[in-house]
Write a protein that binds this ligand. Sequence first.
Ligand SMILES: [Zn+2]
Length: 136
Amino acid sequence: MNRGLLGILVGLGAAIGAMWAAKRFSGTNEDETTSGAGAAAGAITTATEPVAHREGLDPTLLEILACPDDKAPVIYQKEGQAERLTCTKCGKRYPVRDGIPVMLIDEATPGPVPSEAEIAAARALIPQGKPARVGP
Ligand SMILES: [Zn+2]
């Protein structure tokens, strides 16, 4: 009889402890969820900007992209309405479609290796993520 009562008390204590721990955990989690949701909402606002008004590429993305053929850095250029990433080593031109760089050798078109001046002009625009204009 006593042993049974003790078991109930221990069980009850464990249940209360678990509830307390769960409540504490969920409380902490709620705070994180709230701030996380705020950050996510900000990201969604940025992502849903009209595509027509978009110009440029995420500068962070631009810095990490490289030519898949020779791993050389690429520069972001725009010629007419066509945006592209041009390899600074082999001159291959990778198309940028709707703001998405297509870094595939099969999709690339050959072109002249950009001059030092072209590379410098494109690099100067990296902080804004804007393409350097070439041609018309
Ligand atoms: Zn290359």
